[in-house]
Design a binder for this molecule. Sequence first.
Ligand SMILES: Cc1cc2nc3c(=O)[nH]c(=O)nc-3n(C[C@H](O)[C@H](O)[C@H](O)COP(=O)(O)O)c2cc1C
Length: 239
Amino acid sequence: MKITVINGTEKKGVTYHLKEVFLDQFRNDAEFTDFFLPRDCPNFCTGCTTCFLKDEHLCKDAEYIQKIEKAMLDADLLVFTSPAYVFHTTGAMKTMLDHFGYRWMPHRPAKEMFGKRAVIITQCLGAGGKSAAKDIKDSLSWWGISRIKVCSFKLMSEVHWDKIPDKKKAAMTGKLVKTAEQMRKTDFSRPARTGMITKMKFYAVRMLQKNLGKQDPEYTDYRYWKNNGWTGSARPWKQ
Ligand SMILES: Cc1cc2nc3c(=O)[nH]c(=O)nc-3n(C[C@H](O)[C@H](O)[C@H](O)COP(=O)(O)O)c2cc1C
C-alpha cells in the first residue's frame, strides 16, 4: 500500500515522533511519500484565482502543488500532522491547504478522493489540538473524503519529546498503535465507502453547477462536472 504524509512542520518535535509511532505499524508493507511544510510548499496562495477560473497548472506554484497532488491521488492512505499554533493548524499547513481550494467540491474535486482514507494527527500543550485538526478536516471533507480519523493529544506539561513522562508517552503512543492496528484490518485495495454527508454535499453542488452551466456553459467548473458526467448520472464514488 502507499501512504502519503503531509507534515505540518519541519521540526522533529512531538508531532514528528507521534506520527513515526503511527507509521511504524505500516513499515513492513507500505511505501511512503513524505512532504514537510513549508519546505515542500513554501509560497502563499496570492489569490490570483487562476486555478479556479482557468487551470491549476497555471498556478505560479504548480511545480509544488502538482507534486503533492499526484502523491495524494496515488496514495491508499493520507496522513496529515500538525501541532496547534494559536489554536489552529500551522501557517505552513494552511498555506498548502489554500492552494487546494480548487479541489473543494463546489469547484473541481478529484474523483479519487471520494474513495480515500485519511488520518489527522495533532497535538498541543493545552488547548487547540482539536481546532487544528478541524482546520485540516474541513479541507479533506470538502475534497470528498468521508473516512477521516482524528487523533488529537494534549501534552499538559512537558513539550520536549525526550522529557515527556513515560506514562504520558505510553498513553499517546498506545492510542496511535491501536488506531493503526484497526486500520491495518482495512482492505485498502477497495475504495472507502462514501458517506451520506459527502453525498449530500455533492448533490447540493451538482444543483449549483447545473444552474451555473445554464448561465455560462463554458464556465471552467461546470465543464469539469459535465465532462465527468456528474451533471448526468455518473457519480465520483462509482468510478
Ligand atoms: C507559534 C506557536 C503557537 C502555539 N499555540 C498553541 C496553542 O494555541 N495551544 C497550545 O496548547 N499550544 C500551543 N503551542 C505549543 C505547541 O502546540 C506545542 O509545544 C507542541 O507540542 C509543539 O509541537 P512540535 O514539538 O511538533 O513542534 C504553540 C507553539 C507555537 C510555537
